[in-house]
Design a protein. Structure first.
Length: 249
């Protein structure tokens, strides 16, 4: 039995109480991990190569995504926060303006700015290591590009929290601060999985890849690619035909 597999018997897809919690640390995703991730996100996950952070019950908290997706797209956001309770709590911090205050501090505090740049460097090292372990290798298109606004700005707290959970405390100072700030809603020593996502029926299977990698192009920092379906091709052809007619007139 895979020691990292999530158990069958408890609500939310996590181990029953009499089962030992998963050993912490990076692990390859099991089929059940991928099922849980899809339920957490409400869409099928793609190109998840490791689970770098887990709940005390064994369910994924963070997914590590391949630095190059299976469709060839370079993907700089390695550590992807997935647990709905944490993502909701972090969204509260963003709505309350925490990112703006962090950016002001980065501009004023040279020590914090240096630590944040070191977090950016650590993110790049971790991504390269994950690329090597997963057989992807180097992805030169995203050399020097991390995520979340690093190394000089804060643009997405979810990215920073995902990094802190994956790397552990002391690596990303602002991710650590955000984790501390959500302690009212989530703490690492308790399980918050029950009722956090739909566990009934089949896992989400609708292909949402047209919305960009994992459906969140704003985290990637570029527009989402649009699938050139037959419908889109016909619409494009109709537009070109109209333009040609108008030009002829």
């Amino acid at each position: 039995m895979d020691q990292h597999a999530v158990g069958d018997n408890a609500p939310g897809g996590h181990p029953a109480k009499n089962e030992a919690p998963t050993v912490p640390g990076y692990s390859h995703p099991s089929a059940r991990d991928l099922d849980v991730l899809s339920r957490q996100l409400g869409r099928p996950v793609r190109d998840v190569v490791e689970i770098p952070a887990r709940c005390v019950c064994g369910n994924p908290l963070v997914a590590a995504t391949s630095p190059r997706l299976s469709n060839g797209t370079p993907f700089p956001t390695t550590f992807y926060l997935t647990h709905p309770v944490i993502t909701s709590a972090v969204s509260r911090l963003e709505a309350a303006g925490l990112m703006n205050r962090m950016n002001e501090r980065l501009a004023e505090d040279s020590g914090l700015a240096a630590s944040y740049r070191a977090a950016h460097d650590a993110y790049l090292v971790s991504r390269a290591e994950i690329g090597e372990r997963s057989g992807i290798g180097a992805v030169p298109e995203i050399d020097g590009i991390s995520a979340g606004g690093m190394p000089t700005r804060v643009k997405c707290l979810h990215v920073l929290v995902g990094h802190s959970l994956a790397a552990g405390p002391g690596v990303n100072p602002l991710g650590d601060e955000a984790l501390e700030a959500i302690s009212e809603w989530w703490t690492a020593d308790r399980c918050y999985c029950d009722g956090a996502w739909d566990t009934g029926g089949e896992a989400p299977s609708q292909d949402l890849s047209r919305h960009g990698p994992q459906g969140l192009p704003e985290i990637v920092g570029r527009p989402a690619p649009v699938r050139n379906t037959q419908k889109h091709a016909e619409e494009n052809h109709a537009d070109e035909k109209t333009d040609s007619t108008e030009a002829a007139q």
